[in-house]
Write a protein that binds this ligand. Structure first.
Ligand code: 26Y
Length: 794
């Protein structure tokens, strides 16, 4: 049939917004709230996305190219409206339109709640990847879970973290298209029987996965991919018999049980019940996604051996690693492919990205749990393990051991490529967790250093800097970020440096205004020193706090000394069950309370810890930052992506040789990076040293004094857990790295006072960080892992 919708005439943005306000929202302009205006704008913008979205789908079908399916438990997207407005090139028109309504469009866009369907780095990376895949015209689908409640909202009570549920769906979410026709049953439990030579799994519990699609528009609005998120609902909505018998709660029981699966982002992992639910979540979205992928494949091809040449499935860490056995089950049990071929075919489709080497984050499921929830999968894992053992008789690793299924080795053995997320991390994967598997499969591990999308993290978050760059090197740099190198000569141009400085200053003033509104007054003339990320021992926010205390003490000793004024800005959430991380939060706030109230020093040193750090807050903090704190224990931060956002926005880094810091330093130049601390191998050696923490404290009176202040109650509580840890076992080498961190921090102070030299270094950071675009990363995945080609239209 002819495309009846193709010829619908476009309207101007102003009419479109007013039409939606009236006819979609039922509001008149006089009584519309900011939220109404924002919803109306969202609908108007969404309308502009639909045509490129359809065109992309048509092109993908027409070209029969390979499709990429990115499976991730997390998509930390943040706000969608501004991204879409910017990528469609409608920012100026939107600005004028809203001026006509007497409103500031940035305020309207900022009204959107963050979609916080992720915890941190891995989820934000997935969001940057979605945007880059659309920008590059890589035919791709993101698959995940449509959590009713995303990452909790963080508040502070008496300096301690309190968690409140997040409620992003409480108001209309304009970006989604519900797909009531796209439903897929997913089973759990039950039994496996042989029937006519085939193994048949009969689950005893079934839920329905229901799809909701969000189009993700790329830069210049040329291509849009789909993010498909699954919600769980019961097979039968309501038990009328039980209701009629007066059992009102029981009548809704099935519904509650089913809906729990997509209720909330990661239940706490510590209880057995929590673990069970997490495994159910993982299988739920993985199984639904695989069926959807095969359904689409079946509409175009009838030969399953083509699967690896048409379908690339990327596993974002091990969370969807059950995809290996599930795909084998679909091919072998359901489609009758023989087992070795089914394993080969599945492997040809699957790639696995590892995001952490921390032992506690390497997933394991007890065979008991796996066997009760996914009995057929446990059998298949045994077969996959046995096949691997047969092929490699001298192997010493197993996917099954100590009564557990090890998801890392399973993902490794079921993927044709396995990648790390920075050069260092990939090398450490080869040497540590996957040493044995790497020996058996030396071609399998590849590196793809992370990247970030410059559209969100520069064009949209830092319009002032973006305008200056465009003025200096012309348009096009956001398409090809390595063109930022053309800024290099400007680092010697005093006039340019001054304008760069003025922009940073304006961003700082904006941020100071925002912080003042949170009762966190800061002086934009002080250095803005920022550490924003999840709170974790290995990220060492407590090292930063100890340095802050020591600095404060020295300032008090000599308040008229020649100090560099600093604002120490922290942001980040701790996992609700992570007691030590919550202690660190409490310590930051307690130290801040005392230091900020000290009249002798508070014009020189302040601490600001805005609650509820999220993507939107990051978009304000990063453009205003002058110093980026990337101080993890070497060997522990797989990559980091915040570090890249800071460097691109002209902040200098103080950091260890960890994750992508190594590559940042190589690219921006060692002289434009404040390095400190032990290397990954020095860290391993130092841990062996008896009483290393005590020795470090004895050797550094500043550190000893800072710890004494905490112990003696200067900050209210005595924080024994922290002081005992860093003076005792100190696994993360906080004490041992302190002296060198102090040294580097004072070098920062000195460097900052020479404004011209500092700005020169900052410009060089921007100019030399273009490699960290997620476009470059995605091209790497397409080339080395997916073997997929970019398509383009128009
Ligand atoms: C098993 C489960 C509890 C679990 C849940 C979430 C395990 C890990 C994670 C998340 C890991 C994560 O976010 N890793 C980060 O990935 C980023 C993107 O590659 C890296 O930049 C960052 O260094 C790494 O910590």
């Amino acid at each position: 049939m002819k495309d009846l919708t193709a010829a619908i005439p476009a309207t101007d943005l102003r009419s479109a917004v007013l039409q939606h306000l009236k006819y979609s929202l039922g509001k008149d302009a006089e009584h519309a709230t900011i939220t109404d205006w924002r919803q109306a704008l969202s609908f108007a913008i969404r309308d502009r996305i639909v045509d490129p979205w359809f065109a992309s789908t048509r092109e993908t079908y027409a070209r029969q190219g390979k499709r990429v399916f990115y499976l991730s438990m997390e998509f930390l997207i943040g706000r969608l409206l501004e991204d879409a407005v910017v990528n469609l090139g409608l920012l100026d028109e939107a600005h004028e339109t809203f001026e006509g309504f007497g409103l500031d469009v940035r305020t309207v866009m900022a009204d959107e709640p963050d979609a916080a369907l992720g915890n941190g780095g891995l989820g934000r990376l997935a969001a940057c990847f979605l945007e880059s895949m659309s920008t590059l015209g890589c035919p791709a689908y993101g698959y995940g879970i449509r959590y009713e409640h995303g990452l909790f909202r963080q508040g502070f009570r008496d300096g301690r973290q309190v968690e409140a549920p997040e409620d992003w769906l409480s108001e209309l979410h304009a970006w989604e298209f519900e797909r009531p026709e796209a439903t897929i049953p997913v089973g759990f439990g039950g039994e496996v029987r042989e029937l006519g030579g085939r193994m048949v799994w009969t689950p005893d519990e079934r839920v329905i996965a229901q799809a909701t699609d969000t189009p993700i528009i790329g830069w210049h609005g040329k291509w849009a991919n789909t993010l498909r998120l699954w919600s769980a609902r019961p097979e039968t909505v309501f038990d009328l018999d039980r209701f009629n018998a007066g059992d009102y709660f029981g009548a809704a029981e099935a519904e509650n049980t089913a809906r729990t699966i997509s209720r909330v982002l990661y239940p706490d992992d510590t209880t057995e019940e929590g673990k069970r639910l997490r495994l159910k979540q993982e299988f739920f979205f993985t199984a639904a996604s695989l069926r959807d992928i095969l359904r689409r494949f079946d509409t175009e091809y009838d030969d399953l051996s083509l699967l690896p040449s048409k379908v690339a499935i990327q596993l974002n860490d091990t969370h969807p690693a059950i995809a290996g056995p599930e795909l084998v089950r679909l091919l072998h049990d359901e489609r009758g492919m023989d087992l070795p071929r089914a394993i080969e075919t599945a492997r040809g489709c699957l790639g696995y990205t590892n995001h952490t080497l921390l032992p506690e984050a390497l997933e394991r499921w007890s065979e008991g749990l796996m066997g009760s929830l996914l009995p057929r999968h446990l059998q298949l894992i045994e077969r996959i393990d046995a096949a691997h053992a047969e092929a490699h008789p001298d192997r010493r690793v197993t996917m099954l051991g100590d009564g557990d299924v090890h998801m890392g080795p399973l993902a490794f053995s079921m993927a044709h490529k396995v990648n790390g997320v920075s050069g260092l991390h990939t090398e450490l994967m080869k040497e540590t967790v996957f040493a044995e598997l790497h020996r058996l499969h030396p071609e399998r591990i590849v590196n793809q250093t992370n990247g970030v999308t410059p559209r969100r993290w520069m064009v949209s978050a830092n319009p002032r800097l973006s305008a200056l760059i465009t003025e200096a090197i012309g348009i096009g740099w956001a398409d090809d970020l390595e063109r930022l190198a053309e800024l290099e000569p400007m680092a010697e141009d005093a006039g340019f440096l001054e304008r760069f400085d003025a922009i940073k200053r304006a961003n700082k003033v904006d941020l100071a205004g925002n912080l003042a509104g949170r009762d966190l007054p800061v002086d934009p003339d002080a250095m803005f020193d920022v550490q924003i990320k999840r709170i974790h021992e290995y990220k060492r926010q407590h090292l930063n706090v100890l340095e802050t205390i020591a600095l404060w003490q020295e300032m008090r000793d000599d308040p008229t000394g020649d100090w560099t004024p600093r604002v120490k800005i922290f942001g980040g959430k701790a996992a609700p069950g992570y007691v030590f991380a919550k202690e660190i939060i409490h310590l930051i706030n307690a130290v801040g309370d005392v230091i900020n109230a000290d009249p002798a020093t508070n014009h020189l040193l302040r601490v600001a810890y805005p609650a509820n750090y999220n993507v939107s807050l990051a978009e304000r903090l990063i453009p205003a930052a002058e110093l980026s704190q990337q101080i993890s224990t070497a060997g522990k931060e797989a990559s980091g992506t915040g570090n890249m956002k800071f460097a691109l926005n002209g902040a200098l880094t103080i950091g260890t040789l960890d994750g992508a810091n190594v590559e940042i330093r190589e690219l921006v130049g060692a002289e434009n990076f404040f390095l400190f601390g032990m290397t990954a191998s020095e860290v391993v050696a130092r841990r062996e040293m008896h009483d290393h923490a005590r020795a470090a404290i004895e050797a550094d009176p500043r550190l000893a004094r800072a710890l004494d202040a905490i112990r003696s109650g200067t900050f209210g509580d005595r924080f024994e857990a922290i002081t005992e840890n860093v003076s005792g076992q100190d696994y993360f080498l906080v004490s041992s790295d302190f002296s060198d961190y102090w040294r580097a921090s004072r070098e920062v102070d000195a460097a900052w006072r020479d404004r011209a030299a500092w700005n020169r270094m900052a410009v060089l950071n921007t100019a030399r960080s273009g490699w960290f675009s997620s476009d470059r990363t995605i091209r790497g995945y397409m080339r080395d892992i997916w073997n997929a080609e970019a398509l383009s239209i128009g």
